[in-house]
Write a protein that binds this ligand. Structure first.
Ligand code: PHE
Length: 344
């Protein structure tokens, strides 16, 4: 009789003392004490040989034996798995090179445009952005462009399907009309954006390009103010030695009008090519806002005057980065764009 009690004690001592070092040993333990053919099961069969007055005691002993095995199994299982987790974590090689991240890059047009905005913001201009789909009035009529002006021709302007008034703006000057009809002077804005013209696409011209428009309206704004502002801009963009010249020109919305050239010199091959040997690079169109434009937009032309200018972006970007074909700027070929990834 003492035998079966001894046997239980023996198994209990075994369970308590066995060392389980890894998951294989744990599996052995499970099979031996908790599996379908475990060694505790046959001991339950011994109950019938135990005298009645000790049956209860024996049964409780067996149950606690079983619980002991289960508890040890669960406890060991959780310590082993957290230890394995730590081991796995310590195996991560922190010095290994990571997967290459391919960074985006700014488009050369954006680089030049942002630089330009920065230069004008410094002297109090704020950015005005407007729609690319415009109406006839803001793009042409308000800008003093007569009905029969060649710029209105279907050849140059993209009109929306089945529309004679809705069009893709042909210049950012439409933003002048937008701002002047909604804001009161003093007005000092720059308007960067994309414009469209129905032109044959070649290495030198495209049907879409970018401009930055400038507009300054206040009392007593003079041509000298304009020249000084543009000289400041040229020096900031092209360096302190830069010189400018203003040539008489014509725009329907400015009077007088001018084209501004920047001195590039004739020393370098690029400068000679871009300036067609003259040394002067044509950079922008400008002029004093025509009083008709002010009146069209509800601004008193007796009280206020102002100047405006429009800068083409693509040509500056091409000159700056030595890009020989304007089409490259619109194809979004990543091999081309990647080259600007170091520029902010
Ligand atoms: N809008 C003109 C163009 O597209 C440029 C310009 C703007 C000229 C403002 C004078 C004043 O060429």
């Amino acid at each position: 009789m003492a035998d079966v009690f001894d046997k239980v004690d023996e198994v209990l001592a075994e369970i308590k003392s066995v060392e389980i070092a890894d998951s294989d040993a744990l599996e052995q333990f499970r099979i031996k004490y908790l599996g379908t053919k475990n060694i505790i099961k046959p001991l339950f069969g011994e109950i019938r040989n135990v005298p009645n007055e000790r049956k209860k005691e024996f049964g409780q002993l067996l149950n606690s034996l079983k619980q002991e095995a289960e508890a040890k199994f669960e406890a060991t299982k959780s310590t082993l798995s957290s230890a394995e987790g730590k081991k796995a974590a310590s195996e991560i090689d922190l010095t290994a090179p990571n997967d290459p991240i391919s960074r985006g890059s700014r488009h050369p047009v954006s680089i030049v445009m942002n630089r330009l905005i920065e230069v004008f913001e410094r002297i109090g201009f704020t950015v005005a952005e407007e729609r690319e789909i415009e109406d006839d009035w803001h793009n042409f009529t308000a800008m003093n462009t007569p009905e029969d002006h060649p710029a209105r021709d279907m050849q140059d302007t993209f009109y929306l399907k089945n529309s004679v008034t809705r069009l893709l703006r042909t210049h950012t000057s439409s933003v002048q009309a937008r701002v002047m009809t909604t804001e009161k002077p003093p007005i000092r804005i720059i308007a960067p954006g994309r414009v469209y013209r129905n032109e044959t696409i070649s290495a030198r011209s495209h049907c879409q390009f970018h401009q930055v428009e400038g507009l300054y309206i206040d009392e007593n704004v003079s041509f000298a103010d304009m020249r000084q502002t543009l000289l400041y801009f040229a020096k900031e963009m092209y360096g302190p030695q830069t010189d400018i010249r203003l040539r008489p020109s014509y725009f329907p919305f400015t009077e007088p009008s001018a084209e501004m050239d920047v001195w590039m010199g004739t020393e370098t091959e690029t400068a000679r090519k871009l300036t067609k040997g003259t040394g002067w690079l044509e950079v922008l169109g400008c002029g004093m806002v025509d009083p008709n434009v002010l009146e069209n937009c509800g601004i008193d032309s007796e009280k206020y005057s102002g100047f405006a200018f429009g800068i083409g972006i693509e040509r500056s970007a091409m000159q700056k980065y030595d890009i020989s074909d304007i089409r490259l700027l619109f194809e979004n070929d990543s091999r081309f764009l990647k080259q600007f990834s170091s520029v902010i």
